[in-house]
Design a protein around this ligand. Sequence first.
Ligand code: SAM
Length: 259
Amino acid sequence: MEQKFGDNPVEVRDTEHYKDEYNEGFVDKWDELINWDSRAESEGNFFIDALRQRGAKKILDVSTGTGFNAVRLVEAGFQVTCVDGSAEMLAKAFDNGWDRGHILRVVQADWRWLNRDIHGKYDAVICLGNSLTHLFKERDRRKALAEFYAALRHDGVLILDQRNYDAILDEGFSSKHKHYYCGDTVSAEPEYVDDGLARFRYEFSDNSVYHLNMFPLRKDYTRNLMHEVGFQKITTYGDFDPNYDPSNVDFYLHIAEKY
Ligand code: SAM
């Protein structure tokens, strides 16, 4: 199933476009890309431990995708509500949960109007798998982060990750290395990058090719926005390590405390 990027794909810089990008074809492939077993191995118990240390029980996963984090947290005993703006993603998450013996609580909602559809307050909001990158306007990012803030209890925590775009933007094309997932079966590489767009190309074992157009969030920019919407303390890890070398990190993870 083809994605629709039109005649000039690098001009597609639109917050709404994620729903077209995660079409049925790409959603079906997503689990090959993220490979649940190897992802569980590389994450270890980082999120479970971080949430338990803070006494969090009620978790809002705002970028559920196909349900990897939500299912792991349910299996670890957390009470999880699964949000995503993409109906295709949520349907897949529900099926994945069902196959593992769980009935996931799913809510379709756009982050920018999250609290219209979500009621009650949560101990933690998680936004993982490089998701905030889908918002192309600063106004949208502020609105989404403010909605995450509002969904939290007074001492709640936001856990949000992002790709290390600083390295991609600053160190030129040579550093934009190809990432192989699931052994060599899936490759992901930046095809085009400028200050306003990172267009990644994903090629799967059956030779099908999909793309994502994303906004290249710089680490300090994301941290500042989180401060500006009200988060008091933000701790950033590089590939799960508090002591990291910025040019060798693939992913940053921010833990933003409300209190
Ligand atoms: N967390 C999952 C993972 O790690 O596998 C999925 C990550 S995927 C890169 C990003 C997810 O964010 C997609 O499922 C997409 O539908 C969702 N998303 C993007 N923009 C959104 C928005 N404005 N509101 C709600 N969900 C959105």
